[in-house]
Design a protein around this ligand. Structure first.
Ligand code: FMN
Ligand code: 173
Length: 428
């Protein structure tokens, strides 16, 4: 983050003191995200070096398939059921077309957005993605490093394969991080996880509501791949003192690492047992989390968005989990405008599911999202070329957002609204 409000502003100033006594510290240069396009051409022309990962969104999946293990790739690719919602997420984007405006000032471009009173350099967030060691050895630390280098907040997943504290201590202290919760049944465990997330400096709590149990996922069923059942994706739970104590009490003094299958069942039973909490239970999360923002991920209906506002959360993520949970669920983009109309004045409405290009981001923002999460593309980048691959995908997406805004005649994110969109129903 280069631009921050009040408290953080002071920290930044304090770090900028090498300008010399009495001199005004130069304003930190805002990164120019559009620059990445020029960088790629220059590198190719000067050294013949090609991008580490394709820049073509239509080729990314195939490239990942060739680079990753079949289990890892299928896990990322897979949606629920017949993949109807995965497909619909893309079709929903194609229905919206942009009406560009000409002869308007579009430079310098401003990609910054304000979320919960804090200014972020871009409208992009890294979606929480579990089990990243199944995709590349660089895993969560690699993706977090890629995010930190571009000022993109990293959302740490409850299903991570690296403990939270390890990820956090591997990136610069001022890099932005949010915490995603799969909400355990046990209140002591929930309190412990949230306390760790607070200590680790997570700014926002993202509570995922749509995955209290795993959906019917044919690719994983046919491949026999359920990572967290065999100890992968359990690092947060296994490193938690309260989980360790409860497991030990239940299993006659046993340590989690001495009985990984049983410990995995114990942990999965906490977070994916099919037990859904209620709206009233949100009060307990508020108690443990305190005043920092709480965001509900997986809201798809206007009714639930209104309930979210009534129950005192700060934001929602309109999402169908990338089509991985309820197959046949409506594309989240379809629901976005009416949800924004219903609660946009009370809640920070964010969006995910199906973002593949900069134009997709522009469309979601124009339909009222304040920020968007991107999932699979970054993980394909990770799978193909580790940290560098994840960074390339994020940098490409940011450059594409920057360029697409300019071509649409838009200078700043705040200018985006529905007037630049037309819904067209012929073909995809
Ligand atoms: C491999 C994979 C693992 C995921 N793990 C989590 C998770 O641990 N927690 C969570 O809230 N969402 C998880 N999600 C959902 C993403 O956060 C996000 O909602 C989704 O990927 C967005 O769709 P997209 O991939 O089309 O961008 C996962 C998605 C994928 C592809
Ligand atoms: O696969 C997912 O979508 C997901 O949310 C998840 C859940 C548990 C472990 C890893 C990922």
């Amino acid at each position: 983050m280069t631009t921050v409000d009040s408290a953080e502003d002071k920290t930044m100033d304090a770090n900028d003191k090498d300008a010399g006594a009495g001199e005004v510290a130069p304003e930190k240069q805002k990164p120019s995200y559009g620059q990445y396009q020029i960088e790629l051409y220059t590198r190719a022309i000067m050294t013949g070096q090609k991008p580490v990962v394709t820049t073509d969104p239509n080729k990314l999946e195939q490239a990942a398939k060739e680079a990753m293990t079949p289990e890892g790739f299928n896990y990322v690719l897979g949606g629920a059921g017949e993949q109807a919602t995965v497909a619909a997420n893309r079709l929903a984007f194609r229905q919206w077309r942009l009406i560009p405006r000409m002869l308007r000032p579009t430079l310098p471009r401003d990609l910054s957005v304000k979320l919960f009173g804090k200014t972020y350099d871009t409208p992009l967030l890294m979606a929480p993605i579990g089990v990243q060691s199944a995709y590349h050895a660089d895993a969560e630390k690699g993706v977090a490093a890629a995010c930190a280098s571009l000022d993109v907040p990293f959302i740490y997943s409850t299903a991570s394969s690296t403990p939270l504290e390890e990820v956090v201590s591997s990136v610069p202290a001022d890099s932005s991080r949010w915490f995603q919760l799969y909400w355990p049944n046990d209140e002591d465990i929930t309190a412990s996880l949230l306390s760790r997330a607070r200590v680790a400096g997570c700014e926002v709590l993202v509570v995922t509501l749509d995955t209290f149990t795993m959906a019917w996922r044919p690719l994983d069923l046919d491949g026999g791949f359920l990572p967290f059942a065999v100890g992968n994706g359990n690092a947060l739970g296994f490193s938690d003192p309260v989980v360790q104590k409860k497991f030990s009490d239940r299993f006659n003094g046993g340590a989690v690492e001495d009985n990984v299958p049983a410990a995995s069942r114990f942990w999965a039973g906490e977070v994916f047992s099919g037990h859904a909490h209620s709206w009233e239970d949100l009060a307990t999360l508020r108690r443990w989390w305190g005043e920092r923002p709480i965001v509900l991920k997986g809201v798809l209906s206007v009714e639930d968005a209104i309930l979210a506002a009534r129950h005192g959360v700060d934001g929602i993520i309109v999402s169908n989990h990338g089509g991985r949970q309820l197959d046949g669920a409506v594309p989240s983009l379809e629901m976005l405008p009416e949800i924004v109309d219903a609660v946009g004045d009370r809640l920070t409405v964010m969006f995910d599911s199906g973002i593949r290009t900069g134009v997709d981001v522009v469309k979601a923002l124009a339909l009222g999202a304040k920020a968007v999460l991107v999932g699979r593309p970054v993980i394909y980048g990770l799978g193909i070329a580790g940290t560098e691959g994840a960074k390339h995908i994020l940098a490409s997406l940011l450059a594409d957002i920057d360029q697409s805004m300019g071509l649409a005649g838009v200078k700043a994110i705040g200018e985006l609204n529905r007037s630049i969109l037309r819904k067209i129903n012929y073909g995809a």
